[in-house]
Design a protein around this ligand. Structure first.
Ligand SMILES: [Zn+2]
Length: 231
């Protein structure tokens, strides 16, 4: 613990003083992050590190399994963070980031493990769809490859949950918000991104457009002009 306290003092003396202009500006002007990143609480998956973000760049929500409960199933921290980011901060992008070797994903379906952590077990119900998809649709995979498939399907499931939130649904319909699904590989330091058109993850490569789960685009189901003409 003393080591951790020492780091705080070192932050003030060395890191903060080197960025005091940035902090002064943020303290005066407030924050205007462009993206919300929802990632796992795993200590090896650090959104600001992966994104090389500065203070003020990124609104972050971390929890076990990078989960977004569907709207109305519970009033909790994730739902409130999403709503605040979209309505008050007006973020233009939400990134759901899963990762390799995820303890939460590995625990899914393991009743002997989950019976000791009832809160985790209840929380992971929001990932049951991903686990079932992996069990039924990837029958030849096992071990780390299976867990990888669960983690990727979990990103897909949580993006679907995100769209049940009224603030998110509205911003999508207005074309103000894009959704991204990422998978961070701890061993390789690489990010794969979900391509919403193919439904598959693909490697993010320099010089190629970043795959997007749902792009910025006005999405209105009803054709207003036709409705007006019919009246
Ligand atoms: Zn994890």
């Amino acid at each position: 613990m003393n080591d951790l306290i020492g780091r705080v003092l070192d932050f003030k003396d060395r890191v903060f003083s080197a960025q005091s202009d940035l902090y002064a500006r943020l303290a005066t002007d407030g924050q205007s992050p462009k993206a919300l990143m929802i990632s796992c609480a795993d200590s090896r998956v650090v959104p600001e590190h992966i994104m090389q973000a500065q203070p003020g760049d990124l609104f972050v929500c971390r929890n076990a399994g990078n989960i977004v409960p569907p709207f109305a199933t519970m009033n909790g921290g994730v739902s409130s963070t999403v709503e605040y980011a979209v309505v008050v901060l007006g973020v233009r992008d939400i990134i759901v980031c899963g990762h390799s070797d995820c303890g939460a994903m590995k625990a899914l379906g393991k009743e002997d493990v989950l019976k000791h952590v009832p809160n985790v077990a209840a929380w992971l119900r929001h990932s049951q769809a991903a686990h079932k998809v992996a069990c039924d649709c990837y029958p030849t995979l096992e071990g780390p490859e299976f867990e990888r498939a669960v983690a990727m399907e979990n990103v897909v499931a949580q993006i679907a949950h995100l769209r049940t939130h009224p603030s998110v649904a509205t911003a999508i319909a207005q074309g103000h918000l894009a959704l991204h699904g990422w998978f961070f590989d701890i061993h390789a330091g690489t990010v794969q991104a979900l391509n919403g058109e193919t439904g598959r993850f693909q490697m993010v490569r320099e010089g190629e457009p970043m795959p997007v789960a749902l792009a910025h685009e006005v999405r209105r189901a009803a054709d207003v002009e036709l409705m007006v003409a019919a009246q």
